[in-house]
Design a protein around this ligand. Structure first.
Ligand SMILES: [Zn+2]
Length: 534
């Protein structure tokens, strides 16, 4: 009975597609996913339709798509604690090497995911082999395509809610929503707010040497300097008494590195800022060069992160690959050695871009001379907190070396400014990493330390401000160069945390400074609100 064979085949497909939910969700309770009745019925329906597909290549292509989508979904969900959204899909393809490394470092956590996927692959493969015995109908392909495209079609009826992920729904359901959103977003024309151009007025520069250190994944709330209960920034703590030192809480413009750098170095405020990123009117390297500064960038990360950051205005730059071996062997002291070899001019703008304390946090311990042996912890959150804590100790040690080094090579009229590209989740609400639009992810430190400089304007500003956003800081740095950025589109109350896909109508999170605290508002999508956002 060929129809019976179709049912067997559909059963194998259904089980194959839903196996990760059954095992990871209901079995070992690793993910919060469930299989609600509507998901079960739609997967059964899709599987039955697939069993009738005549075109073998089409069937294989659909299954490969499902497996790749689910591979991104399951690994992401298990690692970060939340399902993917469209921005994570672009990242999965552009940051493959990084994801691979992080995945390998977390084999102890992710192995059940990989096991569930191998089982899925086996069941689906068995199903595909079985289709030879099944009855086939022409045009079933159309039905399957319609089922897979249901979400993009629903978007034109229901709007953006058709794409919202649901952490307690099935993984396949969330995967299809995220992919649909990715597909539709990349097809929708960009919303245009017709922003007025920035105006820049110039005066004479205030400080000769401006050194900006862009940190990586550093959240201020885990630093002793900002009140964390344990001693992980002993050096920075001693600076508290130094009148040349000022610090405050920072809020980053983005939740990821690539867009964070674009937004920071182009001093971006408003959502959908492509025109400003492209014209670079408020680009910090450009402004510095205009004011006669020699510009430098020393990065411990790949050059791919500096897309649209304004490398055309940098006189000397160096990236990870230029010192790969040395960085691996000696950690980021190498950046300081490079600093000592630079040929400075009378005025210099130097950006040092760190890789530490990026995941996996434990990798930084070996470079820290005062390392303590750590006991492995049973809970992932506690283990991560321990590793993050120790990575911050390495960071504090690095900052001490860095300030020492700069004091020697640029002893006069110098300011060192520090912030991080974004913060990090260390198990809050069971979530890890960055990329999620949450307040914890944009919590970053901002501090400045001046060396024999008569100008104390930035220090005074930071001492006064309970919060300094990346946008605020960018404007202040421009002022040190003697460049005043006037943004006619600036909203005096609202600031924005931008999503990670600047080339689409991305999701952003507005926030307000109220009584010295940041109040985060609900996320919005560019163009979704007809009134628009200033
Ligand atoms: Zn980063």
């Amino acid at each position: 009975m060929p129809l019976m064979q179709n049912l067997i085949c559909a059963f194998l497909f259904t089980l194959g597609i839903l196996f990760p939910d059954l095992y990871l969700g209901y079995g070992i309770k690793m993910l919060s996913c469930t299989v609600p009745l509507n998901s079960l019925l739609s997967v059964c329906g899709l599987s039955i339709a697939l069993s009738f597909v005549k075109n073998h290549k089409f069937l294989v292509a659909v299954m490969v798509f499902i497996m790749i989508g689910q591979c991104i979904q399951l690994n992401h969900w298990a690692y970060f604690g939340a399902p993917i959204n469209s921005q994570d899909i672009s990242k999965a393809f552009t940051e493959l090497e990084e994801i691979f490394q992080t995945g390998l470092a977390h084999t102890n956590i992710l192995w059940p995911v990989w096991l569930s996927q191998i089982t899925s692959l086996f069941l689906i493969g068995l199903g595909i082999l079985h289709t030879k015995k099944c009855q086939h109908f022409r045009f079933t392909e159309t039905l399957v395509m319609l089922a897979i495209m249901a979400n993009p079609i629903l978007f034109y009826i229901k709007g953006a809610p058709a794409f919202h992920t649901k952490p307690i729904s099935s993984t396949i359901h969330n995967t299809l929503r995220a992919f649909s959103s990715w597909l539709v977003n990349s097809q929708t024309p960009l919303h245009d707010f017709n922003y007025k151009p920035y105006q820049i007025t110039y005066r004479s520069p205030k400080i000769k040497n401006v050194i900006l250190i862009m940190g990586e994944s550093i959240s201020s709330r885990y630093m002793q300097l900002y009140g964390y209960k344990e001693a992980n920034t002993p050096f920075l703590n001693t600076l508290k008494k130094d009148q040349n030192f000022a610090y405050t809480k920072g809020i980053s413009s983005s939740v990821d590195t690539l867009t964070g750098l674009q937004l920071f170095f182009n001093t971006i405020h408003n959502p959908a800022p492509l025109q400003f990123i492209q014209d670079k009117s408020a680009n910090l390297f450009k402004l510095a060069r205009h004011q006669g500064y020699k510009t430098f960038l020393i990065s411990a990360q790949g050059e791919g992160l500096f897309h649209e950051v304004g490398t055309q205005f940098i006189d000397f730059y160096s990236f990870k690959n230029d010192k790969l071996k040395e960085l691996k062997a000696n950690g980021e002291d190498v950046l300081l050695e490079m600093l000592t070899q630079l040929k400075f001019d009378t005025k210099n703008f130097i950006v040092i871009h760190l890789r530490h304390i990026h995941e996996p946090y434990a990798q930084w311990e070996k470079y820290f001379p005062k390392k303590e042996s750590q006991k492995p912890e049973n809970s992932r959150a506690q283990q991560t907190r321990n590793e993050y804590f120790h990575a911050l100790s390495y960071h504090d040690h690095w900052v001490e070396q860095c300030i020492d080094c700069i004091r020697k090579i640029l002893p006069d009229d110098t300011i060192i400014i520090f912030t991080s590209d974004h913060g990090q989740l260390i198990g809050e609400d069971g979530l890890f990493g960055h990329n999620l639009m949450r307040s914890e992810v944009v919590d970053v430190p901002v501090w400045a330390y001046s060396i024999n400089s008569a100008d104390t304007s930035l220090n005074a500003y930071l001492k006064e401000q309970p919060i300094c956003s990346h946008y605020d800081l960018g404007k202040q740095i421009a002022k040190l160069f003697g460049a005043e950025i006037i943004n006619p589109n600036e909203d005096p109350i609202l600031q924005f945390v931008h999503g990670t896909e600047l080339h689409t109508n991305y999701v952003f999170m507005p926030w307000k400074k109220i009584d010295g605290k940041a109040q985060f508002l609900k996320t919005e999508q560019i163009g979704a609100n007809k009134e628009g956002t200033k």
